[in-house]
Design a protein around this ligand. Sequence first.
Ligand code: MN
Ligand code: MN
Length: 300
Amino acid sequence: MEQSSSPYESYKKAGKIAAKVLDEAIKLIKPEVKLVEIADFVERKIVELGGKPAFPCNISINERAAHYTPKIGDESVFKEGDYVKLDIGVHVDGYIADVAKTVIVGSGRDDLIRASEDALKEAIKAIEPGVSTSYVGGIIEETIKSYGYKPIINLTGHKLERYRLHTGSVIPNVKTASGEVIKAGDVYAIEPFATNGFGKVVDESEAVIFRYIRDKPLRLRDARIVLQHVKKEYKTLPFAERWLADLMPKLKLYNALRHLVYNQVFHAYFILREKNRGMVSQAEHTVIVTEKGAEVITGK
Ligand code: MN
Ligand code: MN
């Protein structure tokens, strides 16, 4: 008999899958391993365990802070000493768990990584109903600065809703002038980013991750094919160009994607890199706010 589950149970299941897959994937990151092997492992394992990827497996290295996922035919490999941010998302029935961790290939952790991890831990401790997001941002900022690093000011945590990865409400990584009051029942992804660079990210010129925004009449037939497929498979959640590789030849696909972004039917997530090309670390958990505080759903 079909058992219907509550949003809470779906979040818990998504969180459990995300934590397990992240843990296993991190162990596979070694010199000369291809990035795409890890992305494929993550995305396959999520489905095996009963979830779906909420967004493409992000593998952002060194000064790249976020939004990189292997391209079609990507041959790039991990190198000794790389700062690897592995960021994965799982959804169960649209309820999303978002989790990330940073490792140095071949050597594990250092203070830059501890700075973001510790900031995440302190932020989670501070969260309870009635607390302002700005206050939490201040705790993240202070913790990262206490290690001698800078928080990245234009990256933030975010509130999650069903099939919505970013809802507008944010958890900043610094103390801000105004914030929002955190309420019981809210679900937030908290993700401090620390750097030895400038403390800000800028767009690279390229995007490999996209999301559907709205319908519009489209002149290009290939664009209509891509749009129809994306709406059916990924709804309003981000997807990778790599996931569309079987739809049509690569150049036709790139052309269709460009047309869809130009017409503002798709949002393009440009690859983000640190302004001064500093090294970047990230730590992320998803929490459900309860009367007692933040319940981490992506922990062990
Ligand atoms: Mn994430
Ligand atoms: Mn996130």
